[in-house]
Design a protein around this ligand. Structure first.
Ligand code: HEC
Length: 102
């Protein structure tokens, strides 16, 4: 029970990007693979209106960095399959989490 409480406490404070993820690498990957459709960061001006920006994705109430990383491993119907590695998806998810509007 103690261990459970502890991991719960850790989860609640885990609003900071995971230690393993590399946000800078995530940004590089996002700009290479995602920027043709998504607005990946604030300094990008052009994207498609039909595609959610990363800032809006990160600002969703149910946003979850781990779920996002898992989502990116699956082929997405409207997204070309990108064949990202597990580490790459974690890095991109961490980068997207950083885009949350403050
Ligand atoms: C070819 C265009 C295209 C590319 C490239 C692309 N996306 Fe998408 N993405 C879309 C579209 C279109 C949607 C909206 C799909 C929908 O509403 O079903 C979407 C939706 C999403 C969503 C939201 C899913 C949801 O829950 O609504 C995420 C997260 C996402 N993309 C992440 C990424 C990431 C990360 C990359 C780069 C690794 C990427 N996308 C590259 C077109 C693209």
């Amino acid at each position: 029970m103690r261990a459970l409480m502890l991991s719960l406490a850790l989860l609640l404070t885990a609003n900071v990007p995971s230690f393993a993820a590399d946000v800078v690498n995530g940004e590089t990957l996002a700009k290479r693979w995602c920027a043709s459709c998504h607005l990946v960061s604030e300094d990008q001006r052009k994207g498609s209106d039909l595609v959610p920006s990363f800032a809006s994705i990160a600002s969703r109430p149910d946003f979850d960095e781990d779920k996002l990383a898992a989502f990116l491993l699956e082929p997405h119907p409207k997204m070309e399959s990108m064949a990202l590695s597990r580490i790459e998806t974690r890095n991109i998810a961490a980068f997207i989490a950083e885009q949350k509007r403050r």
